[in-house]
Every structure is written in C-alpha cells, then in structure tokens.
Design a protein around this ligand. Structure first.
Ligand code: PRP
Ligand code: MG
Length: 212
C-alpha cells in the first residue's frame, strides 16, 4: 500500500504545532531532526519537512499529497489549491502597518506610496480591489525595518503578537486577512491516498473537537 506523503514546515512557527497535531491523532514519527523525510511507525504516512514557501508548488506537482500550511501562504502562493480543514493553530493576521507618527490610517492612504512586503500577490490583490496604486518592494524577511531605513512608507507582513511592529515603532492600520494553519491537498492525489487522508482528517476533527 502506498503511503500518504504529507508536508510540514521544516522550521518556524508552524513546525511544533504541526508535529503535535500528528502526535495527537496517534501518528508517531521517528524524527531525526536533520532528516528531510520521515516515516510514521504506525500509519501509512511519510512526513516531508519543507520550506513554507515551497509547499504550494510541491502540492501542485503532486510530489506531496497533503500539507499542513498557513492559509496566508496558500493565499500568496497557492490560490489555485484547496484545503479541507482549518486546524485552529498558528493564528495570525496579514496586515498593513506604518510608522506610528504617520498620518496614514488605511491602505487607501498609501496610494502613490511605497510598500515593503514578503506577500506581493496578497498586497496586489487588495490594491486592485481598492483601486490603489502603490510601489511594492519585495523583501524576504525583516520587513518591519523597511520604513526605518527609508525604503518604504508602509509594510505588509504577518502580525501575531504584534511585538515586532511595536519594537520597530510601527502601527497596524489595516488587516488584509486573518490566517491559521490548514490541511491542504494536492489536486493530483490518488484515490488510495485520499482514503488515508480522509482517515487523518476524521481523526483531526475529533482532536479539534476535544480541544474546544
Ligand atoms: C514573522 C513575521 C513578522 C513577525 C510577526 O517574522 O514576518 O515579522 O513574525 O510576529 P509578532 O507579531 O509575534 O512579532 P519572523 O520572526 O518569522 O522572521 P522573518 O520576517 O525574518 O521571516
Ligand atoms: Mg518578520
């Protein structure tokens, strides 16, 4: 019988809770930390440890059958992909922020201005929706530093506790979307593996009900 191949974030905010939910549904992984792939001892599942941003393409290509991934990453890089379950952890917002002394109070106020972000597709979608023109600076991390070094008038990034915004003298002026971890599925998943995924989904639903 073929194993279900499920991707989780290799390191970062989702990793620990992703491994915990697998454990809570009774899937135990022999986890050598630097192994990029591990098999479950007691369930037909293989876990692939991947970079967040790479996961949508792996799903699309059918290299993995399912993934635990932030909805925000799906919106940014996998708008064509489906998810079958919200997992209730890694909740965050994708927000617009500006220096606290700025007069801007909403995304509209950044018309004609510069926005630094790691989420260009998400920002473009909202700019289009609001009919705003802004110049995007795409950077991969430490986005909150951009206004302080004169690179941008505002930023769009993930806000969780809000402490990164606070430490960099920024204020949130608009929440573009709210996100949490989801169970995403490949469009190319086989029927046999889909049956395994359905069992996992069922177990996850039980665990989540128990957490409420
Ligand atoms: C993420 C994100 C924000 C921050 C939000 O960055 O890009 O900067 O966390 O969390 P907070 O609201 O709880 O402060 P991360 O630390 O993962 O680093 P990176 O931006 O360099 O990827
Ligand atoms: Mg950051």
């Amino acid at each position: 019988m073929s194993n279900l191949r499920i991707a989780v974030q290799k390191s970062g905010r989702l990793n620990e809770d992703s491994m915990n939910i697998l454990k809570d549904i009774g899937i135990s992984i022999d986890n050598g930390k630097d192994q990029l792939k591990a098999s479950a001892r007691n369930f037909p599942v293989e876990v692939f440890y991947l970079r967040n941003g790479d996961i949508p393409q792996y799903l699309r290509d059918g290299v993995v059958d399912a993934a635990i991934i932030g909805e925000n990453v799906l919106i940014e890089k996998g708008n064509d992909l489906d998810f079958i379950e919200r997992l209730g952890f890694s909740k965050c917002k994708v927000s617009i922020a500006v220096p606290k002394e700025s007069n801007a109070n909403s995304l509209k106020d950044l018309d004609g201005k510069r926005i630094a972000t790691s989420y260009p597709e998400t920002v473009r979608k909202y700019l289009k929706e609001y009919n705003i023109e802004a110049q995007l600076h795409i950077i991969n991390g430490s986005v909150e530093i951009a206004p302080n070094i004169g690179l941008a008038d505002g930023i769009c990034d993930i806000v969780s506790s809000g402490s990164t915004l606070f430490k960099n003298g920024l204020k949130e002026i608009e929440v573009l979307l709210k996100s949490e971890a989801v169970l995403a599925v490949s469009p190319l998943i086989s029927d046999q593996r889909k049956a395994i995924l359905e069992k996992i989904q069922f177990r996850i639903q039980s665990v989540l009900k128990g957490r409420d």
